[in-house]
Write a protein that binds this ligand. Structure first.
Ligand SMILES: CC(C)(COP(=O)(O)OP(=O)(O)OC[C@H]1O[C@@H](n2cnc3c(N)ncnc32)[C@H](O)[C@@H]1OP(=O)(O)O)[C@@H](O)C(=O)NCCC(=O)NCCS
Length: 159
């Protein structure tokens, strides 16, 4: 929550949403919410970055919705943000039925350039007249696994 506060509270306060740590805490424990954290090896107990996400339905499409992607100011520019995004893309690709990775960001957030650099674009559902926008990128599923293990049926073989 400290990192989120440092990185985002000013942007939230300047927006129509306002800043509510309580709402953010509630988001973190939504059913199905996943979190990936990376600790700063040079500062014991400090987070270098984290992301939170869940699989959800958006207008009839299964999506991986990224709720947070946060890198500490001291750890930026080293590729960690991209790695966390790639982690979410890997999960999305390996989750049957997921078609997009999506997120919401403020128009005023300079991080929008990062998302564009990493292949996201403005989603058709993004509003024209709001202070936030919705971005997404399509997900190409991982080639179907053919493990002969319980719960994994081998792909049908053509004769
Ligand atoms: C956005 C953020 C996650 C990027 O993390 P990072 O670890 O510094 O990014 P990376 O080092 O992985 O950068 C990956 C690429 O994006 C580029 N990039 C990073 N930030 C950028 C920005 N603000 N605008 C344009 N490009 C950017 C990098 O130059 C790099 O480019 P390359 O492909 O040429 O190497 C980080 O700045 C952050 O936490 N910001 C504050 C929180 C925030 O706004 N999160 C998003 C909420 S929706």
């Amino acid at each position: 929550m400290q990192l989120l506060d440092k990185n985002m509270s000013a942007l939230y306060r300047a927006s129509t949403w306002g800043w509510s740590p309580t709402r953010k805490r509630e988001e973190l424990v939504l059913p199905g919410m996943c979190i990936a954290r990376v600790m700063d090896s040079t500062a014991p107990g400090q987070l270098a970055g984290f992301c939170t996400y869940l699989i959800d339905d958006e207008d009839g499409d299964q999506v991986l919705y990224c709720y947070e992607l946060q890198v500490a100011a001291t750890a930026r520019g080293l590729g960690l943000g991209r790695r966390l995004l790639q982690h979410m893309m890997s999960v999305a690709r390996a989750t049957p039925g997921v078609r997009f990775l999506m997120l919401t960001t403020f128009q005023a957030n300079p991080s929008r350039g990062f998302f564009e650099r990493c292949g996201l674009a403005i989603a058709p559902s993004s509003p024209d007249d709001a202070d936030y926008l919705i971005m997404r990128c399509p997900i190409t599923p991982t080639v179907a696994a053919t493990h002969d293990t319980p719960g994994h049926s081998p792909a049908p073989q053509s004769q």
